[in-house]
Ligand binder design. Sequence first.
Ligand code: NAD
Length: 249
Amino acid sequence: MGMGRNALVTGAASGIGAACAMLLAERGVGRLVLVDLDGAALDALDLPGCEVLRFIGDVADPALWERIEVEAGPLDHAVLNAGIGRGAPIANLSFETWRELMTVNLDGMFLSLKTALRLAADGASLVLTASVAGIKPEIGNAAYSTSKAAVIQLAKVAAKEGAARGIRVNAIAPGGVDTPIWDKMPFFAGIVAQHGGDRAEALAAMGKGTPLGRFASAAEIAAQVAFLLSDDAATITGTVLVSDGGYLL
Ligand code: NAD
């Protein structure tokens, strides 16, 4: 699995992004450019043998990306992954929540992608984190679903634009993944309460609703991202890798 030396990961302090940063370091990426709002959690990542540049800030802030463009250096890989989830049925969805989702998940992704493409070496590979919610409409998830559908289209346009320089761009669309994102969603507290306060049991119960009967781990998603980034995926661009335990079937 051939990997380059320099990689950018956004949303690197937690969940899928943290798992990607750790796996890329393990697979021999020598220099990681990590972006997240949470500086303390970024500092806590264990990335032995890797040179690490940390950028603490909001992916939707153009000034952050201006700094990164000047300071980060060339990139062989990028995992554009920062994102948030919030939901309510459309009739009850506040404009504020809609804008918040679009700002982080879409504006933030556009700015990340723009800078990543400007820093990308010829032959670089990029993965954007979308979601099955960007493919299957989900009740109560309009803003998130719409933002992730747009991320998929953004990845495809970037794949066409980057191809002349051998740059590959793919999206990954996870189904349920066991990460802290769930703990930030109010409805999840209700599901945990239904399971006597046992978070693991609540996630397990949600996972049972899929054909394979469970959620993915962040490490499993990171391994699939690493495949898409690697030379093993040299002819794959503009695709959406669905990793959902069969949820979409
Ligand atoms: P997470 O909450 O564990 O991690 C997300 C990270 O992104 C956090 O460290 C957070 O601080 C950072 N972040 C959030 N907003 C940011 C901003 N504006 N600027 C910079 N950093 C910001 O969540 P996760 O589950 O690892 O999610 C990663 C991605 O995977 C997201 O795009 C999410 O939509 C997507 N996803 C997650 C699941 C799931 O079930 N966990 C499923 C499908 C897709």
